[in-house]
Design a protein around this ligand. Structure first.
Ligand SMILES: Nc1ncnc2c1ncn2[C@@H]1O[C@H](COP(=O)(O)OP(=O)(O)OP(=O)(O)O)[C@@H](O)[C@H]1O
Ligand SMILES: [Mg+2]
Length: 258
């Protein structure tokens, strides 16, 4: 279970970042008072355009960022007060955190397994399963730096899941993957969901949100502007499909087209 209560995250901007964002403000509200609950046995999809606040939200859930305001609990543990307990309960995947380029997928898998206090037998059994699912065996002994983008992503996914955690937090998990591998990943997320795990994923791809998520939260400019099942979001917006609903929400909540 993930419970986000009134999460706000405000970044302080460096002069360079201010230039980049073409703003005179020295702070940026990346996430504005978002609340949501992702339940066991559910895939919750966070849908939003570039810069909407998806990664920021997920990094707060994964204890890598401290909320400016609000509170988050994962499996009943507070992300600020019980950070270690939260980290033990989650798999976290994001583009910004890469595996060490000098080591192999096999080495990284064992390393993280040991870090999570697993026995060698447990690690080997888990490796069998996950390396098969994601087709990693062919390149498991190659250095990460020698792998293609997709191979790196597959390795990162397997390593993140080594300890079979209750909660899976995947930021754009299929980015850089071909359709076959992307399908492996989304099928595996559904398998985890069916085992009763809590899964939250972010995406800007409508079809992925549509096919994968049991419930969808739409975020625009740091605000959660809609939430529900696919059919609820479509009917709430009198839309034909998710893309249509998204554009309606976007023009309503982003009138200046920023
Ligand atoms: N470290 C940071 N310092 C300052 N501003 C930041 C920082 N990280 C993100 N931001 C800003 O916060 C906002 C939300 O960013 P975030 O990365 O959460 O968006 P996102 O929804 O993950 O986008 P994308 O689809 O491009 O990954 C953006 O305006 C971004 O420029
Ligand atoms: Mg992001």
């Amino acid at each position: 279970m993930i419970q986000i209560n009134e999460l706000t995250k405000i970044y302080k901007l460096t002069a360079k970042k201010m230039q980049e964002l073409k703003t005179k403000e020295n702070t940026k509200i990346a996430v504005n008072n978002i609340s949501l609950v992702a339940k066991p046995g559910e895939i919750y999809g966070l849908l939003g355009t570039n810069g909407a606040g998806k990664t920021t939200t997920l990094r707060c859930v994964a204890t890598l960022l401290k909320p400016t305001k609000g509170q988050i609990s994962v499996c009943g543990y507070d992300t600020v007060k019980d950070g270690q307990k939260v980290r033990d309960s989650i798999a976290f995947l994001t583009n910004e955190i890469k595996l060490d380029p000098n080591f192999s997928a096999d080495y990284m898998f064992k390393f993280f397994g040991r870090l999570h206090g697993m026995s060698e037998e447990q690690i080997v059994a888990r490796r069998e399963e996950l390396f098969n699912v994601f087709g990693i065996n062919d390149f498991k002994n190659k250095k990460i730096e020698e792998l293609s983008t997709g191979m790196k992503q597959k390795a990162a996914i397997a390593v993140s899941l080594v300890h079979d955690p209750e909660v899976v937090i995947f930021d754009e998990p299929t980015s850089g993957l071909d359709i076959v591998t992307a399908r492996n990943v989304t099928d595996y997320l559904k398998f985890l969901r069916d085992q009763g795990k809590t899964v939250i994923v972010s995406t800007h791809i409508m079809s992925e949100a549509e096919k994968l998520s049991d419930r969808i939260g739409v975020i625009i400019n740091g605000n959660k502007v809609a939430e529900g099942t696919l059919s609820e979001i479509i009917s709430q917006n009198e839309a034909e499909d998710l893309e249509d609903a998204f554009f309606r929400l976007y023009s309503k909540h982003n009138p200046e087209g920023k």
